[in-house]
Design a binder for this molecule. Sequence first.
Ligand code: ATP
Length: 360
Amino acid sequence: MLQLDIKLDHQQNFTLDLSYTFQSGGITGIFGPSGSGKSTLLNCIAGLEPELNGAVIYNNCYWHNQQQALTKNYLRGLGYVFQQPRLFPHLDCLANLTFSQRWRSSISTGSPDIDEVIHELGLSPLLSLYPNQLSGGQRQKVALGRALLSAESVLLMDEPLSAVDQQSKQQITAWLYQLSQRWPIPWLYVSHEINELYRIARELVVMSSGQIQLAGDLLTLSQQAHQFLSSPADAGALLVGTVVNHDDHYGLTQLDIGPQSLLVERLPFNCGCPVRLQVPARDVSLSLARPEGSSILNILHGTITELTPLSSHSVLVQVTCGEQHILSRITQKSKDQLKLCNGMPVYLQVKSIALLNQTV
Ligand SMILES: Nc1ncnc2c1ncn2[C@@H]1O[C@H](COP(=O)(O)OP(=O)(O)OP(=O)(O)O)[C@@H](O)[C@H]1O
């Protein structure tokens, strides 16, 4: 457990001021606009902010109290992936990966060994290469591996996959999620991509102007996270479903989301498997009567629970279906023509559904 009650002034331009407890086990996603203080928060934990005031307490041990660092940063047992990979240029990949292992006093339960890190990050062909022989994405993977192999107490990850291609990103986030389930240490993961956090996080912290605006269980907070997106086009709902049936003839899988079902492209999971799904708001349309003769397979019904103007021309509509919420982005004109308001029953046509994670 990592407890923070901290304050930091950066030359009177910016103040970080927050109190929060990061639990062990499961990833806490840190989200917020540029300049909201996400990196500064990680640096405070890492002992890299000399002006820090307040308390940083790891498992009842004060790392920092008031204006004094009580545990040197290299003795905190941290794994830290910085925004820039910061590899040692004179060491090859293998030596970079293993560099910090010599400082480890113990190996924490559930942590990965070097073979697993090399395999999961696809580093085998790179081991004898030097940082200047690597692409940006490859350098980031080595930095991630180095952090995972050096961490004993806390993992700090500042946009660790921002330079990695989409396919590798999906594979790596799936692995990091599994890892976070078996390795019970606090794990802070900064990303600008809310979908990346929807894939891996258990908790979400949303920051703005150096303060925490929202914090708690990811599934609960995902309903409000769209307020903080820089682009409304990214808005989408996070849903939890369960595999109930496969239709091999049509290559489809049926997922239950509460009392209603969705059909998605055939998934390689057994019945009963829980999954996290994302439904982009731009791919959900609304109608007052059940649509007939549509090629869209997924038609749900629910009740409007929130209407949020996104601009003078578009509106984000939250529709509650059982205990889950789906977002639909429509035009202001459609909203006016249909006379949509809170409490109104509507049908939703869902055009696309993305699988985020194989488990909840
Ligand atoms: N050493 C410093 N001296 C003065 N101001 C700083 C210093 N480091 C950061 N800041 C300021 O602190 C604020 C928060 O910066 P920080 O890097 O923590 O934001 P962030 O949320 O991580 O942003 P991004 O998402 O762009 O990485 C910014 O206004 C920045 O200009």
